[in-house]
Design a protein around this ligand. Sequence first.
Ligand SMILES: Nc1nc2c(c(=O)[nH]1)N[C@H]1C(S)=C(S)[C@@H](COP(=O)(O)OP(=O)(O)OC[C@H]3O[C@@H](n4cnc5c(=O)[nH]c(N)nc54)[C@H](O)[C@@H]3O)O[C@H]1N2
Ligand SMILES: Nc1nc2c(c(=O)[nH]1)N[C@H]1C(S)=C(S)[C@@H](COP(=O)(O)OP(=O)(O)OC[C@H]3O[C@@H](n4cnc5c(=O)[nH]c(N)nc54)[C@H](O)[C@@H]3O)O[C@H]1N2
Ligand code: SF4
Ligand SMILES: [Mo]
Length: 898
Amino acid sequence: MNVTRRDFVKLCAFGAISAGVASRYFQLASSQSAGSDEIKMVRSTCSPNCTGACAYHAMVYRGRITSLIQAADYPESDYNPRGCLKGQSMVNLIYGPDRLKKPLIRVGERGEGKFKAVSWDEALDYAAEKLVEVMKKYGPDSIALSIQVPGTGYVHKGAAIRLASMFGWSVLHGYTMNGDLPAFWSQTFGVQTEEFESLEWVNSRYIAVFGSNILVTRLPDAKFLNIAKERGAKVIMIDMNFTPTAAKADEWIQINPSTDAAFALGIANVIINERLYDEDFIKSYTDMPILVRLDNHKRLRAYEVKELKDEAEKLKKEIPEYRDLFVVYDVNEGRLKIVNPETLERDFEPALEGEFEVELVDGTTVKVKPVFQMIKELVTNEYTPERVAEIITPPGRDKAEYAQLVRRIAREMATTKPLHIIYGASNYQWFHGDLKGRALALIVALTGNIGKPGAGISTYAGQFKIRWPLGMWWLFKGRKTNWVTYLLWMNKEYRQSEEFKKYNRETPYPKNDVKAFVFGWNNPFDQHNMANKLKEMAKSGELEFILAIDFQATTSTKWADVVLPGVAWYEKYELTATILHPYVQMQQPAIEPLFECMPEIWIFKELAKRMVAKWNDEELKAQIAEFYPDPALFEKEENARKNGTWSLKLAREIAHEASLKATELMLGKHELTKGITLERLLKEGAIRLNLPTPDKRQIPFWEQIHEKKPFPPPSFPAPLAKTARFVKSGRIEFYKEEDVFIDFGETLPVHKDPFVDTEYKVNPQAKNKYKYAFITRNALYRVHSTHSNNITMLELQDFRPRVWMNPETAKEKGIKPGDLVEVYNDRGKVRGYAVIDPGIHPRVIIFEQGWWSRYLRGDSYNTLTFPWIKAVHLAYFVPGIWEPTTAWNECACDVRKV
Ligand SMILES: Nc1nc2c(c(=O)[nH]1)N[C@H]1C(S)=C(S)[C@@H](COP(=O)(O)OP(=O)(O)OC[C@H]3O[C@@H](n4cnc5c(=O)[nH]c(N)nc54)[C@H](O)[C@@H]3O)O[C@H]1N2
Ligand SMILES: Nc1nc2c(c(=O)[nH]1)N[C@H]1C(S)=C(S)[C@@H](COP(=O)(O)OP(=O)(O)OC[C@H]3O[C@@H](n4cnc5c(=O)[nH]c(N)nc54)[C@H](O)[C@@H]3O)O[C@H]1N2
Ligand code: SF4
Ligand SMILES: [Mo]
């Protein structure tokens, strides 16, 4: 849209215009002619891995973005405006001193940061040759691709996956690499995750936030907590530390590190023993009435039971293979009944309590109990409010008061509906984070707070979600992706351990290990677990080739052999989605990519083309034009090369066209995107997904609760058969019967102390040496390491990384406010300036993750962390849904003055 400066003020109610796809782009390009005295306003989205996905208007004057303004054009006005100071000051990165200008090839040592600038042809040819060399030597799966979570951009990240699928590279799942996967979801509900849109928070009357720092990490959505409060909701914050979110809550409850499961089980104790639970709900929607054998700890199967065998064999043929037939005791009829796993319609009145004797097919008998009875015994014996207070009460606080607190909170939670629990990423990023999640889910299930407006449990981590199937663009012609767990790569010792051999059922690993590393949209040499190990592998040559794609020079690009300059989100077309709201949106180019930067779709296309030429796969050679969603676009560029009319400008225009075509392909014909067209997106901005709920609200499990469809709903891109086997009863499951759960005493949710099964097990000395938990929470001033170099953000922090600690810690260590201190353990160390804060738990040290190494006077915070693997996460393998996930906070440390 072109306007004169005078007209600018009139543009408050601006809506982007479009006259069809192709003309849209060219109109845009022409208005960028240098010297034209017009201000152009282009709607795009801010898109770090933040979950905000905030719509912004880029104001462009003479081909340059002069300012970024919150678009505030969401159709539901409550969502307006969205944004934050990081998004607002993104120009500091786009035009910043770290911006990459040209492709680079390393000339110095790895990590030294010495490169020569080369032409695109030279860089791409060299990278393609090196990659094919590794593929020939070790097999294609020895190349690992890391592109982070997909929601920040389905088109360009999709192009990277498309390339990986062509050749059969290994792809590392960002969600588990980040530790963002809350493993309790798949174990309990059979899904990756499901969460409320933030607008739904206002419908709750009780919001219990367990370690999610919403006022820092959910900035554009945080206001909905306040609106909920204005409407009468109570907000409580359970956190080891006082946070901005705690400051806004009605009540802050400080507990010991990673003791949330004990707290939740104490709450369950009170709810069960005071009979405050929703009996009808748990009988219909959960596994609580299902009978478990006391001899082998497995659920009783219908076909094992003499009186049910014939009926079970008949029924078995009618249900999918991923379901199974379990049994309840019907109190009305006084006999055992089979649970139909394909519906939640209930034709029995099951016993929740008691113990029964069942005659098996072979004439022997076995004792069984309903899951509810087992939960009741567990919480009654182990998790009385007094016992729980022993576990959760911080040093120096009154345990009797905490026992009373558990009782009060339990009664409030059970009687104030709807209840919403928000379980934060930092809270589940512990070794036993899954147990904590299962215990918290127990509270919402017992009280019937699932599948209703304002009632549920949500976890909000990164922008991970694939909101509808995208395979038509992501996968190259019938080829597949090859997912590999990041932690297995980092933890070779575990790969060779007896425990791994015993419990690993499906989790794959490349037979010749990872030999080349390709990454984009992440900064692994700072951000990833064992950043020091990655550096070692780079230094030693174990990694034979490293390729980085970014729009700016980061810590990680310094470690690469080839660096390819991609573009920021105001220089390309891209399709985005987030979990915090159900809107689909487009990023649009406001300016020409700076310098020689290129849209990533083009980079991956060029790599694919050059690799195919050197790789012996005739089928791929014949199909290569189909890398672009429209082969004619591919040919157009090739022809231009042949007849000498090729230019970067032309390649970019074609790449923009290809991005739009890929978007159209992905919007496709799915029920969820019905009616959402590219043209509409460009014209209207944000469009709501067609969710199967009233007013298309994002209310998880609506269909399960209201239409009696069995659990789980599908988690894209996995086929239902892969995820439904996690909950074979078709219900919410609190009892897990796989051998590994039995062996580790985790058939039901229990509390386990932090560090006992990890740090202290490996090194018993660590218990005395390292008594603090190293908490690397997310910072207000960055999105992970993005904006680490943003001058506005740096000024707000006095350019200083900080280390938070309790006054007692400071006293014991002789540390004063502002002192330079070092947090360390046997693996590594990181430095920052002391902040002494009584709101910090006395056994916690905080360092906010995301600082680039160059600001740290030494090593990265991720030299201290370790890739612990929990065996129950090996029971199945569905990438990003059930696989080992990172536990940042399972990291013991000490602190000293430098
Ligand atoms: N500004 C900003 N926003 C972001 C991001 C960012 O980097 N910057 N990153 C985005 C992404 S990808 C993610 S994953 C999310 C993460 O966002 P959050 O889920 O909010 O995670 P954190 O900020 O790491 O930590 C939240 C709180 O958990 C507490 N906590 C840690 N362990 C425990 C525990 O055992 N029990 C209890 N009760 N509390 C505990 C910490 O004290 C901290 O206050 O944020 C997203 N939003
Ligand atoms: N110790 C510790 N470590 C952590 C965490 C923790 O809590 N503690 N949190 C973890 C979590 S939850 C997460 S999600 C990860 C995130 O960690 P990373 O995924 O590494 O995220 P960033 O550090 O923001 O790096 C993103 C990079 O992508 C680049 N980029 C952004 N947009 C584009 C684009 O459109 N094109 C291209 N080519 N490049 C782009 C940016 O310039 C930046 O360098 O960090 C994890 N690391
Ligand atoms: S950084 Fe996140 S919250 Fe801030 S404007 Fe960008 S997307 Fe929104
Ligand atoms: Mo994340």
